[in-house]
Design a binder for this molecule. Structure first.
Ligand code: TYM
Length: 331
């Protein structure tokens, strides 16, 4: 059984972009594979942030993930900074990662272009990501499309380390994508992401979601109610494909093409489909929020399990690289 690893930044509650792009798949996969999922707070500190806020967002993310269906009986969920071997392996990988590859990463170029002074951590971000995955020698990584380039680099790092220190020690991790690998924001302009302020949170109320859906961009060619539309170019139609059952999706497409419905009616039906899926998640989140000790226990047990695997990987890595081990020094 191949091991699965994936991570998510502690941006607070999940939004439907990272939910549909990754987390819904994480939930499905936990029945078929050994899965390890991490809330990656060391990645989050490469941007500006407030310490108290980070801790709160980390807990909120844990609540969202458990509410969305991650089951601690079936998978391992932990917070990255509770397993120090992540940064230890990242340092090692820095020594086999070409600088040019890091400078070529589109996410780095995007973020760096928006910052006045660029910190080394932002450049080295994908090295830590490679360490996250390879620390557990995971071979499959369920992610959205925006992480594919980072995974290519993870494979390159695995290859280079293997070539130098141990043939086939690290697997070359492959992405696992879904049909909802790239969810656009409600503005229809860019990928849905917290930093763009174009998200719908999975725990938001129906009223809050409706306030965002109502003005959301649709097929720009549908200016008047009577104009027929092209569902394939409409973001709302893509969300129907993610949330509505196949018969509804077909009905929606016909109503759009024939101008049977206006965009508002189409959005109302979408809201119903979303509520069907997200309603139970919101209820579970409320239950979990009332039991903070339960969330802490899950994260603590997850970190313990991960540390055992991580320690073993690091022991072998250090041995192959000629690095000192504590047991050697104290012998
Ligand atoms: P992050 O926190 O930005 O996103 C978490 C996951 O959600 C996916 N995603 C999306 N998918 C489709 N449409 C969208 N609009 C959308 N927004 C987000 C992302 O592709 C991702 O799968 N660097 C990673 C976190 C990370 C990681 C790892 C992932 C750290 N270490 C190791 C995999 C393996 C990130 O920032 O994801």
């Amino acid at each position: 059984m191949s091991r699965i690893f994936s991570g998510i930044q502690p941006s607070g509650e999940l939004h439907i972009g990272n939910y549909l792009g990754a987390v819904r798949n994480w939930v499905r996969l936990q029945d078929q594979h050994e899965c390890i999922y991490s809330i990656v707070d060391y990645h989050a500190i490469t941007g500006t942030y407030e310490p108290e806020d980070l801790r709160r967002r980390t807990r909120e993310m844990a609540i969202s993930l458990l509410a969305a269906g991650l089951d601690p009986e079936k998978c391992t969920l932990f917070v990255q900074s509770m397993v120090p071997e992540h940064t230890e392996l990242a340092w090692i990988f820095n020594t086999v990662t070409p600088l040019g590859e890091l400078e070529r990463q589109t996410q780095f170029k995007d973020k760096a272009s928006r910052q006045e002074s660029v910190m080394a951590g932002l450049l080295n971000y994908p090295v830590l990501q490679a360490a996250d995955i390879l620390l557990y020698r995971a071979s499959l990584v369920p992610v959205g499309e925006d992480q594919v380039q980072h995974l290519e680099l993870s494979r390159e790092i695995a290859r280079r380390w293997n070539a130098r220190f141990g043939e086939d020690f690290f697997p070359e991790p492959q992405p696992l994508l879904t049909p909802t690998r790239r969810i656009m924001g409600l503005d229809g302009q860019a990928k849905m992401s917290k930093s763009m302020g174009n998200t719908i949170g999975i725990l938001e109320t129906d009223e809050a979601i409706w306030a965002k859906l109502r003005p959301a961009v649709t097929d720009p060619a549908r200016v008047r109610r009577t104009d027929p539309g092209t569902p394939e170019v409409c973001n709302i139609y893509h969300l129907h494909r993610a949330f509505s059952d196949p018969a509804t999706v077909e009905h929606v497409a016909t109503q759009c093409r024939t101008a049977g419905w206006g965009c508002i009616e189409c959005k109302q039906v979408l809201l119903e489909s979303m509520t069907r899926e997200l309603g139970p998640i919101r209820e579970r989140a409320a239950e979990l929020r009332a039991r903070p000790e339960l969330v802490s226990e899950v994260l603590y047990a997850g970190a313990e399990r991960c540390r055992a695997i991580a320690r073993e990987t690091m022991r072998e890595v250090k041995e192959r690289m000629g690095l000192a081990e504590l047991s050697e020094v104290t012998r």
